[in-house]
Design a protein around this ligand. Structure first.
Ligand code: BMA
Length: 352
């Protein structure tokens, strides 16, 4: 199905000179004027909502989104949408691309959600880490694919309660590395775990902690899109949750991790860089949520096309610049005493 929803814009319009508000950093990402890009009304079959899409640019230059689609039972599956420019004319699979298979994988009885895609050159395949949902709560499952048509399923690789996972694209010290967000008595923090074969995982370490008290990321944090490898480190967008009297607010923050020891946090921004402001982010099935699961990088090697779920209802796009994000981190990380301490916690690989 072809979907024509937004005018094609020149790169100039999409990515104005990045100017940064030093207090909030909100100008680091610019919303696409055609937002939301994908909604229920675009779907070729009956659904409730489409949001939290993983993203990848294919070798032929097309953008592929692996969208979380919630059906009218309230359960989620994954469905592919493809577009030549990543903005409009989406071609959406006529039926679910990857569905829960509770007979083989009972951990998926209540559906599968929130995928993250990593292309792994060594395997010449895409690794899709996603949330599998069942009575025990959410866990992390993994599947490999070459073409987003057939998938080799690995089943649960992190037991409940765990989610917000992505594989790093290459081995670290000979081992595969998975970032994920278990909920433990320590809190809802980001961890990293290592594996020789993608099936057996250990070497668990805390990467980044939810802060406490009044911080915007006080109550829970989790990885958004897979980290971007830069010369300075793994540039990582994470979501932070603040619980308020009228519900949770999901906003985005930035951190940088050591290339060869990704559990070491080098920098963490103090303020959030993007939060729910547009009407389609402030209202929907779950209000006040921006939730990216994927990005693509432009041909200039710098422009980030960040795809995010808006209010658990639609898929939206914001563009930013890797260079600007790194510069912002240089200027805005670790200023507060509390920030440095929370970032430092990852350094000693402490569990507890
Ligand atoms: C998180 C995840 C996301 C969702 C968000 C807001 O816990 O479940 O899928 O977008 O809550 O509801």
């Amino acid at each position: 199905m072809n979907v024509n929803i937004a005018p094609v814009l020149s790169t100039d319009t999409l990515c104005p000179e990045s100017h940064v508000d030093s207090d909030t950093g909100l100008a680091l990402f610019t919303r696409h004027p055609g937002n939301p890009l994908l909604t229920q009304s675009n779907w070729p079959y009956s659904i409730n909502s489409v949001f939290n899409a993983a993203a990848v640019r294919l070798p032929d230059g097309e953008t592929l989104l692996l969208c979380r689609v919630e059906d009218r039972r309230g359960l989620s599956h994954l469905c592919v949408a493809r577009s030549a420019n990543g903005i409009d004319n989406w071609r959406i699979d006529k039926k679910p691309t990857l569905q829960a298979d509770p007979r083989e994988f009972p951990e998926e009885i209540w559906g599968i959600e929130d995928p993250r895609i990593t292309y792994v050159p060594e395997l010449e395949q895409y690794a899709v880490a996603y949330t599998s949902f069942a009575r025990g709560g959410p866990g992390v499952s993994l599947a490999l694919t070459k073409d987003f048509r057939s998938f080799e399923r690995y089943g649960v690789i992190m037991q409940p309660e765990d989610k917000d996972a992505a594989l790093l694209p290459r081995r670290i010290g000979g081992l595969w590395a998975l970032i994920h967000r278990p909920v433990t008595t320590l809190g809802a923090h980001m961890w990293i775990s290592y594996s020789p074969d993608l099936r057996h995982w250990g070497g668990h370490k805390i990467m980044l902690e939810a802060r406490r008290g009044g911080w915007w990321d006080a109550n829970k944090i989790g990885l958004c899109s897979p980290p971007i490898e830069t010369a300075k480190g793994w540039l990582t967008i994470y979501h932070g949750v603040r619980q308020t009297a009228s519900g949770s607010i999901y906003r985005l923050g930035l951190a940088l991790f050591d290339l060869n020891k990704p559990e070491i946090c080098l920098q963490r921004g103090d303020s959030w860089i993007f939060g729910p402001e547009a009407a389609y982010e402030r209202g929907g099935d779950v209000k006040d949520v921006v939730f990216p699961c994927g990005q693509t990088i432009g041909e200039d090697g710098d422009t980030i096309y960040l795809y995010y779920g808006a209010a658990d209802t639609s898929v939206a796009l914001a563009t930013g610049s890797i260079r600007a994000l790194l510069a912002w981190l240089d200027a805005n990380s670790g200023a507060e005493e509390g920030t440095a301490r929370e970032c430092d916690r990852g350094r000693g690989a402490r569990i507890g």
